[in-house]
Design a binder for this molecule. Structure first.
Ligand code: ADP
Ligand code: MG
Length: 251
């Protein structure tokens, strides 16, 4: 694999009808780094992640994964998606399947991995994420935090090159947020997993992100290291956003 950026976006534009949701978005995500997307609700964070995973078709610009242009019409979309793990706010686990079956479904069905191999990897990941005893449980017997950790295991089960995390703690009770964020931090530190995450957890973003992008009205208005964006924001809008966060007691 190349040493170049894992993900690169150039001049990406995305519209829904008349509204421009992403405007001239450039992004570079280096291997083994964490990029945090911050910004008010509706600023385009989810759409950016969905474009990166080809869940949305862009109107202009281009996106590369490991140097391969994935927005090229000839690109194999399924093959691209197999290299990108995604975790959303809602865990979307299948309620009628055990934790183990939820996790091994994609590796077996989509990646052609044998059941034995898929289960071995799943059990190893469950163990690592503190869910060792939960392989045979059904999702509704787990707490929200545990379900979200299972969703992360499921995303990791296919050994993705890139992990996209969209507000993965937003639906959790406050006391369960920490256990999920700890998992993300460990993935960075222990595995060097490359991640792009949209989050409202500013303390976490400040702590874990190598790069922070502040989105405003579909534009990456400001970007830099966590220290730069949180400690010395250059744009008035960024300052205003962060002030509101601080006032709400979230930083
Ligand atoms: N499928 C869609 N159809 C029309 N508008 C959409 C769709 N998805 C998102 N939008 C709009 O795009 C804008 C950005 O949304 P989103 O990417 O979800 O922002 P964020 O994740 O930062 O809250 C919002 O104005 C939203 O209403
Ligand atoms: Mg969103």
């Amino acid at each position: 694999m190349s040493d170049g950026p894992v993900l690169r976006m150039e001049s990406v534009r995305k519209t829904f009808g008349d509204s421009v949701v992403l405007r001239d978005v450039d992004l570079e995500v280096a291997p083994h780094t964490v990029t945090a997307l911050i910004g008010a609700s509706g600023s385009g964070k989810s759409t950016l992640l969905r474009c990166a995973n080809l869940l949305e078709e862009i109107d202009d610009g281009a996106i590369w994964l490991d140097g391969e242009e994935i927005t090229d019409p000839r690109a194999d979309h399924d093959a691209v998606r197999r290299r990108i793990g995604v975790v959303f706010q809602a865990y979307n686990l299948f309620p009628h399947m055990t934790v183990l079956d939820n996790i091994t479904l994609a590796p077996r069905r989509v990646h052609g991995v044998s059941r034995a191999e898929a289960e071995e990897r799943a059990r190893e990941l469950l163990e690592r994420l503190g869910l060792g005893g939960k392989a045979g449980a059904y999702p509704d017997r787990l707490s929200g935090g545990q379900q979200q950790r299972v969703a992360i295991v499921r995303a990791l089960a296919v050994r993705p090159r890139l992990l996209l995390l969209d507000e993965i703690t937003a639906a959790l009770d406050p006391e369960l947020v920490g256990e999920v964020l700890t998992v993300v931090r460990d993935l960075k530190e222990d595995e060097g997993m490359t991640m792009v995450l949209a989050t409202h957890e500013m303390g976490f973003a400040r702590d874990v992100a190598d790069q922070v992008c502040f989105l405003d009205g579909g534009v990456v208005l400001e970007r830099g290291t966590a220290d730069q964006v949180f400690g010395d924001p250059q744009q008035e809008r960024t300052r205003r956003f962060l002030r509101r966060i601080v006032e709400a007691g979230r930083l």
